[in-house]
Design a protein around this ligand. Sequence first.
Ligand SMILES: *Cc1c(COP(=O)(O)O)cnc(C)c1O
Length: 465
Amino acid sequence: MSNPYRRLPAISELLQAPEIVQLAKNFPHDFIADVLRSEIEHLRQSISKNTIQESEISTQGILERSIPRIVQAVHPRIRTVINATGIVLHTNLGRSPMHETAARAAYDAARSYVNLELDLATGERSSRQNPIRAGICRLTGAEAATAVNNCAAATILALKVLAADKEVIVSRGQLIEIGGRFRIPEIMGVSGAVLREIGTTNITRPSDYETAIGPKTGAIMRIHASNYRIRGFTKSVSIEELVAIGRRFQIPVIDDVGSGAVDGLDDLGYRDEPTIAAGIRAGADLVLFSADKLLGGPQAGIIAGRRDHIQAIENNPLMRAFRLDKMALAALEATLQLHADRARAFQDLPTLRMLSLPIEVLRRRADEFAEQLRRIPGLKSVTIVEEETYIGGGSLPDVAIPSVVIAIAVNDCSEEEFASRMRRGQPAVVGRVKAQRFLIDLRTVFESQESDLFNAIQSAASGSH
Ligand SMILES: *Cc1c(COP(=O)(O)O)cnc(C)c1O
């Protein structure tokens, strides 16, 4: 018997195999060597435990097991995904896809030095917020504005600056959890404001606010109940009425509109979403909203409103913790510029374009795509179904948008298994599962992704993925 250990190839030998030499062009040498070493170590242990035949030890076998491990480990964990759910603002899928110009601005900023805090005209230090102020003011009608990491950060800062150690009056109908542990009462706690709940879940009247106002009051806050609705016997106080009360008692009013609807969405049938301009028009002291929801920009939280409040917010030490980086600022500036022309914004910004996609166009695309899919062997049925979808991202929770989807059933494979294959495919595809079918809503699939989507379905149907 020869010594089985001696059959194990040396690392240096494996590193010279043509497949490995090829891989080493793209992957770090040390990393490759580590994987090979661990494979050899595994074989040594198998030999010592007598769980391996000597004949099983081969250089080819070692390479075949190691190469996928090397490729897998350096494959990015964040990948582009085809969103076939029809949910335009899908928080788990990164909310808004950005416009090409905004994405390019972020890319350019990432790869270079930029004048982030330098006024090129004077050579003086400047605020990183300057480039985005005018765009927000134009959109909201506010006299001043600033931007932070997200709307949660905007809320904390606004409360901290206007109402630390003071009471903030909020209707019980608006004490919401948005998700991801963002609960209004807890955010208040973090900011140092004291929550003063008023009214009831379904009914809050102006007098509830008036009675609660006292020497300890710091602010009145309205929070858009973003992900649920109270229906039936309900009453709430409009932002106009809140502003009137605030003025009378000289109490600032903060309006958290969350999704940041722009004017013009209501013409498309998306009513009841408070617009960012309406808050300022009504006279709210501060309006807060997310930039990666209906605005269609990068993740950011916008604070727009009175100049003195904005200045105080920027002077707060927390601003440093919540500030945006150069890539988000560049993308936000570009997105705001795209909004300057309303008609073009609805045509060009992916989020608004998807939301305004006419159902007939969607139906035509679905019909054509389904026709192609019917040629794939392994698909039991491909049908067109009338469905509903939602905007997502906490916007318009009970406004179902009519949609047309492609429903797929697969031979010898459950819809859950098929969905799993689609998620694990290349590219990954996320769809919906309903009534034993895998649903594909093309509203959120870019036309440029259709051939990839087709290939992904073909692979998943054949079981190879
Ligand atoms: C989405 C939302 C938030 C949280 O915004 P982020 O930007 O995700 O932090 C806060 N308030 C409302 C009303 C929202 O809809």
